[in-house]
Design a protein around this ligand. Sequence first.
Ligand code: HEM
Ligand SMILES: [Cu+2]
Length: 633
Amino acid sequence: MAVSAGTIQHGATEHSESGLWSWLTTVDHKRIGILYCVSALVFFLVGGIEALLIRIQLAQPNGTFLDQDSYNRIFTMHGTTMIFLVIMPLSTGFINLLLPLMIGARDVAFPRLNAFSYWAFLFGGIFLNASFFTGGNIFEGELGAPDGGWFGYAPLTLNQYSPGDGINYWMLGLQILGIATMAGGFNFIVTTLNMRAPGMSLLRMPLFVWMALVTSFLMIFAMPIIAVALFQLTFDRIFDANFFNPAAGASPLLWQHMFWLFGHPEVYILILPAFGIVSEVLPVFSRKPLFGYPFVVFSGVAIGFMSWGVWAHHMYTVGLGSIANSAFGISTILIAVPTGVKIFNWMGTMWGGSISFKTPVMFCLGFITMFTIGGLTGVTHSMVPSDYQQQDTYYIVAHFHQVLFGGALFGLFAGVYYWFPKFTGRMLSETWGQVHFWLMFIGFNLTFQPMMILGLMGMPRRISSYPEDYGWDLWNMIATLGAFTIALGILVFLINFIMSIRNGEESGPDPWDGRTLEWSIPSPPPHYNFAKIPVVHSIDEFWHRKYVEDSKGIPVPVPKGAAIATGDHGDGHEEDEGHDIHMPAPSYMPLIAAAGLPIVAIGLLYAYPLIAVGAIVGLVGLYGWVLEPVGGD
Ligand code: HEM
Ligand SMILES: [Cu+2]
């Protein structure tokens, strides 16, 4: 079929390039996606080690492994890392990898901006972690990292309460990460709205694409709020302004409002991509279409809107008054409704399906069960009076790990097992995948269910040690053993991951009998993705190219050759090998532009002239980028 590919120049050469330089200059969404995911995995190990340090300290009463100061810094870095450097970039990595493939596009709308996002993220993450080394001799336990918790409540983060550079690194690091996130969000929105293959109407988009779209809107609207708050904090800390200084008349609640107006949409930024992944994986392994597609889509959109109206549930105990508390209590209870709708749809998808319990499905099941517990505990603290008891206890810690780890991370791991073959051409070992799942699932429950009990027994969060006779010893010890069980599971995963990249069983283009377009092209996909842009006729387009229903409504494979009727072959055999396809040329300008950001930040902290240097570096990058020939190659 003559679906014109809009072809101009030769582009099929660069994809064979490898080596460091090709990674530094890549603008290919798949490579950028891989960079995101691998970087996030590295940060996951860092954040995981921090978690183990916390659990070693708390394993027994009167712990002496960490002093109180180091403890504060380590749990702050743990939370900040897991949220901003692990789950967000892992989700962004998946969006990068999959969005263009799923909508039948050759890349995102702005490939260089995409590279800029990645480099800004990486520099922001490194900058944040560099804070560890600013406190003196790190080998003598003098850590310089921030100590204000992941939500960094001002005025506690002002100079007088948190001297040193830790908070400075935190606020400037998050600022850089926010720039990366916003650039990514705009890119994904434009890509989704403008670059879908012919025939792919909005309501034919795969669920993952829908959730990525909602997430992207949350990104571009939520990050500016924290950006403003961080700017104000920067002015307070560096230029002696008084935005958050109660002694000068500032409201001590200003930060909390701004933070949580960002923070609650943020938790949906963290969970919606995982919702999308689970909604892709379950139908494939249940061999049924997603149950109630429009409900899953619109409940996701509803969550996106409602997430803006619940922030003060983090502030019930600050004295907003009973009217505000009631209003936010009700809105918080309501947001559980669209969330519950999704859970029922996932169950409906599996109901009556012939489910094959491969590793991706196991992680989805882990996701559904753990996330449901997480959501329900959320409902328990949406009730104001009960939250008065729960706030700042380990019950809250249990809740958000239940949704973030049991939810988001399990969902993301389902995605790793599911799409690994697409991007490497090889399968992850199924046996070791199952071992990984069970270690992580059991370890997870051992770690976090005891925290529910501890919280209800009154153990406050953020304490670095606790006395002996409170009855908390056993549960804390179990939680620590659970954490090491998780670590063992992650070790199994890492070995499996590294071994399978080289030695895994070859997967072919479509190992799971997939439903969406990415499975219609070779694994790994050629750098131009689709030799011919596909024409889309339905939801689950690729499935419908492979199967038709017989007279009883049972799907039977399309006879060989008949698939041509749907518009193109989609069987991975592309006759022209993409020789005529024009792709954007690699560029190092995005990297240079992003490198300006940490230089400005360092200048703000140590020597103002460096601010100018950073600005010039950034501008040189942007200037070079703008002047790059459009033609490429
Ligand atoms: C059914 C949906 C949910 C409800 C009703 C809910 C409700 C709540 C409430 C009321 C709080 C405040 C508790 C307190 O501090 O006293 C809270 C805290 C929190 N929730 Fe949820 N939640 C839900 C889903 C989620 C999801 C999906 C995530 C993330 C993926 C999440 C992450 C968090 C985090 C990180 C905190 C604690 C922040 C902190 O204090 O450090 N929640 N949740
Ligand atoms: Cu919230």
